[in-house]
Design a protein. Sequence first.
Length: 137
Amino acid sequence: MQKTEGQINEAAKHSGVHRTTLYRLDSKILLYLQAAERIEVSMTSRLVLNRYQILKLLGEGGMGRVYLVRDLWKKPEEKPLPLALKFLPRQATAGEIASFKQEFEVLRQLNHPHLAQVYDFGFDAERNQHFFHFRIF
């Protein structure tokens, strides 16, 4: 991911930013990306409530992150469903938690082939985060 000497020199020439500054920025960006990667790797294969194994991050937005999960309580003969957990950020306010619960309640009442079917709402004390569990397409 780090830039080559030629790329740094070319960027310095076109941007007017000193090449030493560009090296520092490139190194910092690389460190941030590596840290984010370590955090994501530590999340994968992690268990939530001794039931859901996190497989990978599907996406993130203003209301949290969504992870693809495997339900370990499923019986082997049952057809595995593509499932996800949506986590609210740790620093969520009481109002955001209420909105998150409301989102879950609204989705629970709706039944349409193009809407996610939600199953349960929970709290992961280990991560100090609220989540809900739903089937994905």
